[in-house]
Design a protein. Structure first.
Length: 116
C-alpha cells in the first residue's frame, strides 16, 4: 500500500509541538503517524494510530515523548482506513523500531512506504 505522508506548509516536516492541530485539515483525520527527531543520530520516537488530532495533542503532554523535545521532534501522518491501521502500525513499528511504546498490534504487518 502506498501512503501519502503529510508535511506542513512549504513542504517541510512538521514540528510536533508547533503544528496547528486546530486547522480544519485535522477534522475527522484518522490514520497512522510517526514522531521522530533528526540530527546526527536520528531515531523514531513513537508510532501510533487513531484520530490524528487527538493522538498528537496527547503526545504533546506525554513526558515520555517530550523528553526528546530538545532534539526538535517532528511528526508526519497518513490517512489509513480503520480496517488496515493495525497492520500498517505493526509494519511501521517493525521497520522503524520506536523508542517509546512497547505494545503494537499483533497483526500481520502490512507493507507500506516509509515517510522518508
Amino acid at each position: 500500500m502506498t501512503l501519502t505522508w503529510n508535511k506542513c506548509q512549504g513542504d517541510v516536516w512538521c514540528s510536533l509541538n508547533d503544528v496547528d492541530l486546530s486547522h480544519s485539515h485535522f477534522d475527522g483525520m484518522e490514520g497512522v503517524y510517526v514522531i521522530w527527531y533528526g540530527g546526527q543520530n536520528p531515531a523514531v520516537v513513537r508510532i501510533g494510530q487513531g484520530n490524528i488530532r487527538d493522538r498528537l495533542q496527547s503526545h504533546r503532554n506525554d513526558p515520555n515523548i517530550q523528553r526528546y523535545a530538545h532534539l526538535d521532534i517532528f511528526v508526519t501522518w497518513a490517512s489509513v482506513v480503520d480496517s488496515e491501521r493495525d497492520g500498517v502500525e505493526a509494519f511501521l513499528a517493525q521497520q522503524l523500531q520506536p523508542l517509546v511504546g512497547d505494545r503494537f498490534p499483533q497483526r500481520r504487518p502490512m507493507s507500506v512506504n516509509l515517510p522518508w
